[in-house]
Write a new protein. Structure first.
Length: 277
């Protein structure tokens, strides 16, 4: 009877192990606005982008504006650039000063193009590539947040505001409309938010979107060249050092890596579900 009882106990244990459901892994809690499987909704995206832009402008202009500290930081970066022999700023600045037409193109690009183009690319991705929109949008948000952190940690005067270094503010010199040559415009923006260069960061983000998603070869070529042109523009107009530009590109790389880690795939590559047999 004892043997029968032991056998029955073992059978019940095996049965219990067989019937018991496998332990389920708790899903990673990702905020709703970041969930890759969520279908993006226009009104929500508009509210999110507008709110984020207002917060960005507010925080950017709250960065402490202490000219002495900012100028010292700018001189530090200038000396580091010279130490590593990557001080291209004066040479690029002179190219624009010697070519009025090129300076005009670069000045208006710097002053007016980067925001509309970034917004336009974001809208294009939403309408034409909605299945890849969420991770791509999150790369942009993450890049901008990293830029704000840089502004707070290291407020820095751009080359054009460094005394005695020979830089010419081409945007003011050539009287670019809507620039900080207008006191109202200068008062409304923080001119010591120069490290990193979000102009270059956003240009790289736009370039990646166009290069990976566009089908037209000319558009893809523009996407590949636009970040390079933007680096020339921000340096030539004496608004950034090369190191600022590289820091902006690094923000995109870090943000892309974080998004890749969260979603488990390249932000710009369409996720293909595994084939079922």
């Amino acid at each position: 009877m004892s043997a029968t009882s032991d056998s029955g106990t073992r059978d019940e244990a095996v049965s219990a192990l067989t019937i018991a459901p496998p332990a389920t892994r708790r899903p990673t809690r990702i905020p709703t606005f970041m969930q890759v499987n969520r279908v993006p909704v226009l009104w929500f995206e508009l509210l999110l982008i507008v709110a984020f832009d207002l917060a960005y402008e507010r925080v950017r202009n709250l960065v402490r504006q202490e000219p002495v500290i900012a100028i010292n930081h700018g001189l530090q970066v200038h000396r580091v650039s010279q130490w590593f022999h990557v001080d291209l700023e004066l040479a690029f600045n002179k190219i624009l000063m010697d070519h009025h037409w090129l300076a005009t193109v670069a000045d208006y690009d710097y002053s007016m193009l980067h925001l509309p183009l970034t917004a336009g690319v974001l809208i294009w991705v939403f309408w034409k590539h909605r299945d890849r929109y969420l991770p791509i949008r999150n790369v942009l948000l993450g890049t901008t947040l990293l830029g704000l952190v840089g502004f707070w940690i290291y407020p820095m005067a751009p080359p054009r505001l460094l005394p005695g270094q020979g830089f010419v503010d081409t945007v003011v010199y050539f009287k670019t409309w809507g620039s900080w040559g207008d006191p109202k415009v200068a008062h409304a923006t923080n001119q010591f938010a120069a490290m990193p260069s979000l102009h270059c960061a956003w240009a790289l983000w736009c370039g990646l979107c166009l290069f990976f998603l566009a089908r037209n070869r000319a558009v893809r070529t523009f996407g590949a060249l636009y970040p390079v042109w933007t680096v020339f523009v921000v340096i030539g107009t004496a608004n950034h050092f090369l190191l600022d530009s590289l820091a902006g590109l690094a923000c995109v790389a870090i943000s892309s890596g974080l998004v890749w880690k969260i979603y488990g795939r390249h932000p710009w590559v369409l996720h293909e579900p595994p084939a079922t047999s």
